[in-house]
Design a protein around this ligand. Structure first.
Ligand code: ZN
Length: 249
């Protein structure tokens, strides 16, 4: 089990890895895309436009955040007390943009885990977390659950390591009305509907909410993005269809 008495604060000490080359390239792209038309909610910087790539949608030139992480950072900043008190954050399947967002808060202690990603500070299986009960104030789990065979076990593990009163943001891609399992599809259908080889299912919104509730969470479906103007959605490079699944213990 990870020794949580050692510092997991990311400002110095045993924090997550720094990436000087990524940081330098981010600064360089920031200069190339200099401007004030768009703004990244993760790193807080302004640019003339976002970057595009064939696999991700609009990327921040500096921190490479994409739509769903910019909405997450905006939600954490505007609608929670994130970083306003001492808090421990557990990030499953980390990306650099969100790790650096956490680094910008002095009050945030951060731990990232993954089954294999070299970016993660520790490697473990989400179905059996090597972490103590009632530890984290915030858990972030983006686009992981749909890859896991035993979803209820993974969700109950996430809930177990959360402090009472803590919240998690647990997102999956939602683009079908009703949940569809890979095992019920032909390989042709699976390619068309599930898109990625690692996706074991596509979740429908109602079933997904029930799944989270059956793990013991109190679930709020947050529609922050739908309250923003068209101009803001464009300026901050957000996906106007995305709801956030806020799961409280
Ligand atoms: Zn950014």
């Amino acid at each position: 089990m990870i020794n949580l008495s050692r510092p997991i604060r990311i400002a110095g000490g045993d924090g997550p890895p720094r990436y000087p080359v990524k940081e330098a390239l981010g600064k360089l792209r920031g200069l190339l895309y200099h401007g004030h038309k768009v703004e990244c909610s993760c790193c807080g910087q302004e640019f003339a436009l976002f970057l595009f790539s064939p696999y991700q949608a609009a990327l921040c030139p500096n921190c490479l955040s994409f739509e769903r992480y910019r909405l997450l950072c905006r939600y954490l900043r505007d609608e929670t007390d994130f970083g306003e008190r001492e808090m421990k954050v557990l990030d499953i399947a980390p990306i650099w943009a969100f790790q650096e967002f956490c680094r910008s808060f002095d009050n945030v202690s951060y731990l990232s885990i993954d089954i294999e990603s070299p970016m993660a500070m520790s490697h473990m299986d989400i179905r059996s977390l090597d972490l103590p009960d009632d530890t984290f104030d915030v858990v972030i789990c983006y686009h992981v659950i749909e890859h896991i065979d035993d979803e209820p076990k993974a969700l109950s593990e996430l809930r177990r390591v959360m402090k009472p009163g803590a919240f998690a943001v647990i997102q999956v891609p939602i683009y079908v009305e009703k949940t569809i399992e890979r095992k019920d599809l032909t390989s042709w259908q699976a390619k068309r509907i599930l898109v990625y080889d690692g996706h074991l299912r596509a979740h429908g919104p109602e079933h997904y909410r029930e799944l989270l509730e059956s793990a013991g969470f109190e679930v709020e479906v947050n529609s922050l993005v739908k309250t923003l103007s068209k101009e803001d959605i464009k300026r901050y490079g957000l996906d106007r269809t995305e709801d956030l699944y806020i799961c409280r213990k």
